[in-house]
Design a protein around this ligand. Sequence first.
Ligand code: GLC
Length: 587
Amino acid sequence: MHTFTVFAFLFCYGMADHDWWKKSIIYQIYPRSFQDSNGDGTGDLQGIESRLDYIKELGVGAVWLSPIYKSPMKDFGYDIEDFKDIAPVFGTMEDFRSLSRAMKQRDIKLLLDFIPNHSSDQHEWFKKSLMKQEPYTDYYVWADAKGVDDDGKPMPPNNWKAVFGGSAWEWKEERQQFYLHQFLKQQPDLNYRNPKILQKCDNILQDVLQFWLDQGVDGFRVDASPHLFEDEQLRDEPLKEEGKDDGSADDDDYGKLDHIYTYNLPQVLNVLREFRILLDHNSVNQTKIMIVETYLPVDKVMDYYGNKTRSIAHFPFNFELITSISHNITAAKVYNIIQTWMEHMPQDAWANWMVGNHDKSRVATRFGPELVDAMNMITMLLPGTPVVYNGEEMGMEDTDISWRDTKDSAGINAGPTKYKLFSRDPERTPMQWNSGKNAGFSTANQTWLPVNPNYVSLNAEAQLAAEWSHIKVFKLLVAARKAEAVMMGKLDIQVLKNNLLVFTRVKEGHPGYMVVVNFSNKTETVDLTKMAHVPDISTVYVFSITYAHQFSVRSRISNKDVTMPGIGGLVLMFVPQLSDYKVPIPL
Ligand code: GLC
């Protein structure tokens, strides 16, 4: 039996308003797929505004919008043509202001995606850089050819690969040089060694941040942050050690190389620190937050928090529940992930948990639909902020997309035989609002990606109307996060009976919460009084929809022998047995 207790993050005082980002869940909206308002088959800002009551009803207090900026959409907005304008497909600046006002009226915070590593090749900076027009000449990473190959073609400066396949270098006749692109060739990397990109008084990216802060946004999710710097000497990257590559077959794949010269260079943190300083300057009345995207081992991710005297991110994303477990999820694996994150976090840092996003397969597909509620129980009731990708509240599943319908360049670049390994289209299909045309997402005859055919039964309207559903469970979990014990209580976590994960949240003077998840497909009977502070009796708070025949809300159960059917989760409330104080029995 494993056991682990965390005290480090205990607070003995309530949370202030400026801690909104700790109290609220963060709901990620992928704008192309959320709601179409004008019938063109693609989601837009007015569509999002029309769905704010749903978001509010879920209990969401903060929304992160994936990119909405003007873009040729080669990487669906992560290739920006104008950092200070809205893509016409999403609407206008006026639509943005209207959305932002409507969110403020509902007390929902707004976070934008900020993409500092690259722009689109259609950005005027790149066009001018290509022509060596000052001051743009060195805005991007340009390098001479290493020589010419047997066919007389210029050879790239080194072996660096792009995340989306092929060389990370693209030749430009006009300049007789290669430029670097760590993602698509239409996403040239900005040159962070050029002081213009990050010089205190004349800083093009801080200027972008300030522009959106002046529009009233509450923070940013910083895209692809470890990619900001590359080795100045442009040294070749070594192959990954045997067994450590990602198993992809081609030597040409990004996953084959150990990215010691293009990823997580020490200078990255200095740039992020500058962004943080700017946000802090803007945080006089209300905290403006910075979350960073870093796919790294946990000990390295922690550097992105900074420390007490030099804070960097409010938190770096915790991708462990996505990247460290593929399909065979077990209680021990989840336990290890939680323990590792909590143990490595710097003192006073704040955790976060996510199980899905627009780049990764959906939870119901990865772990099975039976675990949807249980995974939400874990992410919602652990200490820290949950980040939820739109559709996960109702257990949306990956959609099978044909080669012909494939839109994601990461899939297209891989070709018809391998596209399924790389395409992110399956997790990006339209939100399933109801059982009407296109699941209520759009009135168009064709939507930008097909709607998952399971929308007829799997949709928000049906789940809101049903007696018990993923959304109903989700709403109760969000509501539970208001409890003092969930927000600030001690965490005690154990693996019981091989494949049961159990954790409690306890704060003196308040009702305690206990999450019990059975990851095995066998029924298990467990004695929950083995957990510290757990008395003989609990009250059922919420349970997986697969447990609907077993439990009922607000009923009392004996903790000594709780029978957990195969695969599912249960949340109990209890009166913690601490010293001599008494709290009211939760009803
Ligand atoms: C991030 C985004 C991903 C995008 C990439 C390049 O990883 O999440 O969607 O393609 O950055 O900007």
